[in-house]
Every structure is written in structure tokens, then in C-alpha cells.
Design a protein around this ligand. Structure first.
Ligand code: UDP
Length: 329
């Protein structure tokens, strides 16, 4: 039997790079693809020496071609932090619309099973709490998050259409806030922002009064959920996230304690359309995939803090991502 191969888009990003590691460990050959706009080769450079690993520097918004068999596809290419998609809204829209179209067309040609990375952002600023997969969401299409939220909603619709029309084997995961090693320190998300500030001796920037909530999942748990969903036969959306909900204010206090820093919390304006609360209902993942998060926040934060501490001073002080300014919109 031919060696099984998986195409991972967004492979040099935070989640993509962890997925490369996982599928290599499973004995599946990995074809990694990334345009390196927000991803970083550093995250996967340890894999380049392996014969079962290949890398394509390619933008999936353009036609995709890979020779040979492809059995599985994980579509994880997309900016995923509010700061990134505010800077590059058009690329954000393109990768989940045109990019998803290319991925699904490619999957048809290869007769591959495809899992697309959707997000809790499809629920917008949710009026149902916790969020179940049946909730349709409360999204502002023309607000600052519209380019991400609507692109992901379109991605889900297109994926369902390929499933219904062409019988393509599809999986849709809705990912809630996830953290862990290899997150970009300067991506603007709350965890790298707070830890970076603590390490640089700056005050922590809390947006609003910090009463908004999030529920943070450690990356290893998410990767296990992705693996189980891909290998399942369930084609409707599944939430994967850790339901342990915390306010941003309490989260900031946890980070201050963890890092032992004496910095203050400063309150900045709450960004427009910032969801007030977010927590996954994971009944489906539990029942269909037998999945539960295993790593609690104290353990996960410690591992993540150790990773950020190991970065060089130069990386710690970098605030702009090197590739964003070279973009051709
Ligand atoms: N946040 C904050 N300070 C920061 C960055 C983010 O207080 O420096 C807040 C943000 O307003 C949001 C929450 O932390 O309520 C999570 O933000 P993030 O950008 O990580 O992801 P989101 O869940 O909003 O997509």
C-alpha cells in the first residue's frame, strides 16, 4: 500500500506546525504548504531533514498542485488573530474563500478527505452561552472582525456544498481560543501579549474592564481533537475547546502571578465587536469523538511561559511581523 500523505495548509503557523509534528509521529507523510505571511519556517525547520516531509512555499489562494497521492488535507491557512486580520483583511478573506475553493477542488481530484479549520468566531458576539454547534451566531459582517468571521462562515458553507454536491468527505472543526508553544509573540492575542509584556517589564494592556470571558485550550488537546475528528465519519461542525471559562481580568492576574512580575494592569479601550463571552459546549466532541481536554490552565500556561522565556531578546522585542509589509494586496 502506498505511503499515506497529508497536505497541511498554513503548516508553518502555530497550529499548522504542531499538526505537522503530530502526523509525522503517526507515520503519515506530510506535505506542508505556507506562504509565510504570518507563519514562520522556524516552527518546522526541524522536520526538513525527514524524507517523509516536504515543504511548498505557496499561497493557497492560487491554484494548488501537488504530484502523487494525497489522502488527507487539513486546511489551516489563515491569519487568526484580530491584529493580523485587521492588517491584512483582503488576504484573510481570500484564503478562506478562494483558498478553500482551491483546497476542495484539489481534494476532489485526489479523492482526499478534507478537514477545514473553522472558528468560534462564526458565533460572533454570542447571545447563547455556552455555544453549541446549533447556534447560528451574531456576526457583524462590516465590523473589524467581519473579514475573518464571514470568510470562515463562507468556508463552512462551501465545504458543506462540496460534501452534498460531490460526496466529498469533509470535516469542519470550530476552534476556540488555543494557546501553547510556537504562538507568535507579537500576534496581538491576549496570551502572547500579556506574557511578552511581563517578560519585557511593561504594564499589561487589558482591553475594557476585563469582564469579557474566554476559555483557553492547550494546543496538545486541540491537536488530539483534530486527529480524532479527521479519523471520524462525522461531517457536521464540531466545537473543540476547553470549557474552563475565565474573565480577562482574572487571566491577567494569573499571568502576573505566573511570571512573578510587579507590573500593573492598564485598561485600554475595548475594541469594537469584541465578544463579551465565549465558552464551548463540547458535548458533541465528547460523545462523537470521546474527546476531553486533559491539560489544565496552570499546566498549560507553565509550558507556554517556559517556551516564551527561551526566546532571544531580539525576538522578545520584535513588534512587527517581517512579512506583512511586503504584501501585495
Ligand atoms: N485582550 C486584552 N489585551 C490584549 C489583547 C487582548 O485585554 O493585549 C482581550 C481582547 O479584548 C479579548 C480577549 O483578550 O477580549 C481575547 O483576545 P484575543 O485577541 O486573544 O482573541 P479573541 O478571542 O478576541 O479573538
Amino acid at each position: 500500500m502506498a505511503q499515506k500523505r497529508i497536505l497541511i495548509t498554513g503548516a508553518a503557523g502555530f497550529l499548522g506546525s504542531h499538526l505537522c509534528d503530530r502526523f509525522i509521529k503517526e507515520g503519515i507523510a506530510v506535505v506542508a504548504m505556507d506562504n509565510l505571511i504570518t507563519g514562520d519556517l522556524k516552527n518546522i525547520e526541524h522536520l526538513f531533514k525527514l524524507p517523509q516531509f516536504e515543504f511548498y512555499h505557496h499561497d493557497v489562494s492560487k491554484f494548488i498542485h501537488v504530484a502523487g497521492n494525497i489522502d488527507y488535507i487539513l486546511h489551516f491557512a489563515s491569519p487568526a488573530s484580530p491584529i493580523d486580520y485587521l492588517k491584512i483583511p483582503i488576504q484573510t478573506l481570500k484564503v478562506s474563500s478562494l483558498g478553500t475553493h482551491n483546497v476542495l477542488g484539489f481534494a476532489r481530484v485526489k479523492k482526499a478527505r478534507v478537514l477545514v479549520a473553522s472558528t468560534s468566531e462564526v458565533y460572533g458576539d454570542p447571545e447563547v452561552h455556552p455555544q453549541t454547534e446549533e447556534y447560528w451566531g451574531n456576526v457583524n459582517p462590516v465590523g473589524p472582525r467581519g473579514c475573518y468571521d464571514e470568510a470562515k462562515r463562507f468556508m463552512e458553507a462551501l465545504t458543506m456544498a462540496y460534501h452534498e454536491t460531490h460526496g466529498l468527505e469533509t470535516r469542519i472543526i470550530r476552534i476556540f481560543n488555543t494557546y501553547g508553544p510556537k504562538m507568535r509573540l507579537n500576534d496581538g492575542r491576549v496570551l502572547p501579549a500579556f506574557i511578552g509584556q511581563a517578560l519585557r517589564g511593561e504594564d499589561l494592556t487589558m482591553f475594557g474592564d476585563g469582564s469579557q470571558t474566554r476559555s483557553f485550550c492547550f494546543v496538545d488537546d486541540l491537536v488530539e481533537g483534530i486527529y480524532r475528528l479527521l479519523m471520524s465519519d462525522y461531517h457536521m461542525p464540531v466545537n473543540i475547546g476547553n470549557p474552563d471559562e475565565i474573565s480577562i481580568k482574572d487571566f491577567a492576574d494569573e499571568i502576573l502571578k505566573l511570571t512573578g512580575s510587579n507590573q500593573k494592569l492598564i485598561s485600554l479601550a475595548l475594541p469594537k465587536d469584541d465578544p463579551k463571552q465565549r465558552k464551548p459546549d463540547i458535548t458533541k466532541a465528547q460523545q462523537i469523538l470521546g474527546w476531553n481536554p486533559k491539560v489544565n490552565r496552570a499546566e498549560g500556561l507553565k509550558i507556554t511561559y517556559d517556551y516564551f522565556k527561551s526566546l532571544s531578546k531580539e525576538e522578545l522585542n520584535k513588534t512587527e511581523h517581517r512579512n506583512l509589509e511586503t504584501l501585495n494586496k
